[in-house]
Design a protein around this ligand. Structure first.
Ligand SMILES: [Zn+2]
Length: 576
């Protein structure tokens, strides 16, 4: 018999088997019992949280002649053929591969035929956000006039990409990430059924790594089982999931509390060099610090989410002040937010490390004064990223000045500094675009911008997330970025620039090259360009008097009209 993946073998067949979504499964069962089902459902939520399983169970329950308390019997002919995916009346469509208008039109035509074997025809459209606009419109028409005895179940991980007109015609259920406890329970059940021995910690490691997805948890479990002979070992699960050991977390927190910047950075670089996931490290640090705090107050391990109480843990817990822990949680929370916007996870982690090791030191050696921060009252104001970066940069400078001789940490710190230094705008390129820019081009670009964002890959979107198109010509576009670091990335990412060019060529009919400018510098760049244009226009006449009137630029008519053409009236009025 060929091997079948655990998540297939153990796919839930009853609502009661779906882990961690009790509120949803109860509501669906009640609707079935009371005969109050809707003709269209939208199941949203992260992958592996039970959306398609629930959809299939629902399609069984609504058709099963032996349905009991809203649960299908799983034994009748109808249940069995739905489980096997062989019932013609339950149609599963993967929108990721069938995104054409034709397919949906096809659904519309076929939906009008009555079901053949079952009572209800059920269309399950997975990854529905992948449908094209045309296909959405076709689907909308069907939902507006639903054929009798037809039910649509739309499933998606990205509900924000679905038109509101569709959403408003469905009953929506948001599947949540499954709690680690529920995942552990399910794995315990499966391993019990299979008769496999396991170390309890191994299950905890997997449940954390799965981040709320049962499918991921079972895939990791599968992998771990193929490693282990006989017993499922914690060690194997750690290796597979790239988890960070408690020892390392303790060592890192100790470096923070002892204000050993270099040691902290070394641990960090070691982790990253080993291929550990920076965002998991942040997550682990927040949870671990929380656990130490709880242990402080409760002296019991019942509330702990990830920490294992052993001797080093107890030693650390008794030595640390809650102040530091509050600060760790606060700084890492902010870091987590910042990391979401950028691919520079490493830099933000370095910054957090430097901050946490240095911030409480009022004075550094060689008399370099670091801004002291009150240690008693943990400030709850989370400073804006930009401000924070500037502050961190200062700290880093003082650090590399103070530790010029420092070995492995120094080059990293310098690299971080360099990437957050002031971004140099490519003025000739910007000016080239501005010379030919029209408001019409900009309006058109802004119109397609949200679609372009949806079109980009996650990593590209992370860069472009805070970007705004501010000027456009037929050949180019100027885009501003809230963060210098993202502006720099966009400028250096040739693939990204080409992708955007390709997309625009396809959508608006001509290829435009993107030039990036930090939002902060844009007013100056724009002003300088207007100045230069004005200077060129009047250079023959009165060069001298012009240059002296620096503050009274936009006075000359042609320049005003030119500026209006470029940026729209509203903007130019503000300038005046
Ligand atoms: Zn049945």
């Amino acid at each position: 018999m060929s091997y079948q993946a655990l998540y297939r073998v153990w796919r839930p067949q009853r609502f009661g088997d779906i882990a961690g979504q009790q509120a949803i499964t109860k509501t669906l069962r009640n609707a079935l019992v009371q005969d109050k089902t809707s003709h269209a459902y939208l199941f949203t939520g992260p992958r592996g949280t039970g959306k398609t399983s629930a959809a299939k169970i629902f399609s069984k329950a609504i058709n099963c002649p032996n349905v009991k308390d809203g649960e299908p019997c799983n034994q009748c002919e109808i249940c069995e053929s739905i489980t096997k995916g062989k019932l013609g009346d339950v149609i599963e469509i993967d929108a990721a591969s069938n995104n054409g208008v034709e397919e949906i039109r096809d659904i519309r035509d076929k939906a009008n035929y009555a079901p053949t074997q079952a009572e209800y025809k059920v269309y399950i459209i997975d990854e529905v956000h992948m449908l094209s606009m045309g296909a959405f419109n076709a689907l909308l028409k069907t939902l507006e006039e639903p054929p009798t005895n037809v039910i649509f179940i739309l499933a998606t991980t990205e509900p924000h990409k679905i038109p509101l007109t569709i959403i408003s015609r469905t009953q929506r259920f948001d599947f949540r990430r499954i709690s680690p406890q529920a995942i552990v329970e399910r794995m315990r059940y499966i391993l019990g059924e299979k008769g496999v021995q396991y170390e309890e910690d191994a299950l905890i490691t997997i449940s954390k790594a799965a981040e709320g997805g049962m499918r991921d948890a079972l895939s990791i479990l599968d992998q771990a089982l193929s490693f282990s002979e006989g017993t499922l070992k914690t060690e194997d699960t750690m290796r597979i999931t790239g988890s960070i050991t408690q020892e390392l977390l303790i060592e890192y927190i100790r470096a923070l509390s002892e204000q050993q910047t270099e040691k902290g950075l070394n641990i960090l670089h070691e982790l990253i060099a080993e291929g550990k996931d920076p965002s998991r490290f942040v997550e682990d640090m927040i949870l671990f610090s929380r656990d130490i705090l709880l242990y402080h107050t409760a002296q019991s391990d019942t509330l702990l989410k990830m920490a294992k109480v052993d001797e080093p843990f107890e030693q650390l817990a008794s030595a640390l002040s809650p102040d530091l822990l509050y600060e760790v949680i606060q700084v890492f929370n902010a870091t987590q937010q910042e990391m979401r916007l950028s691919n520079h996870a490493e830099v933000y982690l370095e910054v957090a490390t430097v901050r946490l090791t240095q911030v409480r030191q009022p004075v550094r050696d060689e008399g370099t004064t670091v801004q002291p921060q009150a240690t008693s009252a943990p400030s709850d104001e989370v400073a804006a990223l930009k401000k924070q970066m500037a502050e961190m940069q200062k700290l880093m400078q003082s650090m590399s000045a103070g530790e010029a001789a420092a070995k492995p940490a120094a080059p990293k710190a310098k690299r971080a500094m360099k990437s957050s230094a002031v971004f140099k705008v490519n003025r000739p390129s910007v000016y080239n675009i501005l010379e030919k820019a029209t408001k019409q081009d900009l309006v058109q670009l802004k119109d397609v911008w949200p679609d372009l964002m949806n079109f980009l890959e996650a990593s590209q979107k992370a860069i472009m997330n805070t970007s705004t198109p501010v000027a456009a010509s037929a050949r180019g576009l100027v885009v501003t970025f809230d963060y210098d670091i993202l502006c720099e990335r966009a400028t250096n990412d040739k693939v990204l620039i080409a992708t955007i060019g390709d997309y625009l060529e396809k959508v608006i009919g001509h290829r435009a090259e993107m030039v990036s400018v930090p939002a902060e510098q844009w007013p100056t760049v724009r002003q300088d360009f207007i100045k230069q244009m004005k200077a060129e226009e009047h250079s023959e006449q009165s060069e001298e008097t012009e240059t002296k009137q620096e503050d009274t630029e936009i006075k000359i008519e042609p320049v005003v009209s030119e500026a209006v053409k470029l940026f729209g009236e509203a903007l130019v009025k503000i300038e005046e």
